[in-house]
Design a protein around this ligand. Structure first.
Ligand code: ACO
Ligand code: ZN
Length: 159
C-alpha cells in the first residue's frame, strides 16, 4: 500500500497539535514549556508525522549521559524517548515505526550509543512496536507511573 504520511522535524507552529495528540493518546501530559524546551535542546529528535496535511503523531526525545548497558563500560550518551504517540485513526500504518527510525538518526547525530524508553507493562502495542524495532527489556521499575503501574525500561543499541 502507498504510504499515506510524511515525516519531518517539529516546528514551533506544531506545538498546539502535538499537545492535543499527547492529551488524546496518553495520561502523561506536559506543560507547553516542556515541549518547547525539548525542541530547543534536541531539535533533531523531535519529529512529526503528517497525514492529510495535519499532524498525526510525534516523537520527542532527550540526550542523557549514563552507564552503558552493553558492557563496553564508562559513560556514554543515550537517547531517551520521552514520549511518542499516534492519533487513533492513524494507527497501524507504520507511523510510529517511521518516527522512531527518524529519531534514531537524530540520536546518532548527537553521538548517542544507545536508545532507551519506559513503557507501561500493560502497553501491548508499545511493547510489540519496540520489540519489532530491536529494543529489549533491560529493567522493570516498580510504581514508575503516578497511578502506580510498573514500567519496563527497553533499550536498543545505536546504530
Ligand atoms: N497491537 C499489537 N502490535 C502493535 C500494535 C497493537 N495495537 N500497534 C503497533 N504494533 C506493533 C506491530 O508489530 C506493528 O507492525 P505491524 O502493523 O506490521 O504488525 C508495529 O508495532 C509498528 O506499528 P506502527 O503502525 O508503526 O505503530 P502506530 O503508528 O500504530 O503507533 C503507538 C503505535 C505509538 C504505540 C500507538 O498505538 C499509540 O499512540 N498508542 C498510545 C500512546 C502510547 O502508548 N505511546 C507509547 C507510550 S511509551 C513512550 O512514550 C516512551
Ligand atoms: Zn522516560
Amino acid at each position: 500500500m502507498q504510504q499515506t504520511f510524511t515525516i519531518r522535524k517539529f516546528v514551533p507552529d506544531d506545538l498546539q497539535s502535538v499537545m492535543q495528540i499527547n492529551r488524546v493518546c496518553l495520561p502523561e501530559n506536559y506543560t507547553d514549556f516542556f515541549f518547547v524546551d525539548l525542541h530547543q535542546r534536541f531539535p533533531e529528535t523531535f519529529i512529526i508525522a503528517e497525514e492529510g496535511g495535519k499532524a498525526a503523531g510525534y516523537i520527542m526525545c532527550r540526550i542523557e549521559v549514563g552507564l552503558s548497558n552493553y558492557g563496553f563500560g564508562g559513560l556514554i550518551r543515550k537517547g531517551h524517548v520521552v514520549s511518542i504517540a499516534v492519533l487513533p485513526q492513524s494507527r497501524r500504518k507504520g507511523i510510529a515505526q517511521a518516527l522512531i527510525n527518524r529519531a534514531l538518526e537524530g540520536m546518532e547525530y548527537y553521538k548517542a550509543k544507545q536508545c532507551f524508553l519506559e513503557v507501561r507493562v500493560t502497553n501491548e502495542a508499545g511493547i510489540s512496536l519496540y520489540k519489532k524495532l530491536g529494543f529489549e527489556v533491560t529493567r522493570t521499575v516498580n510504581g514508575y507511573y503516578s497511578d502506580g503501574e510498573d514500567a519496563y525500561v527497553m533499550t536498543k543499541r545505536i546504530p
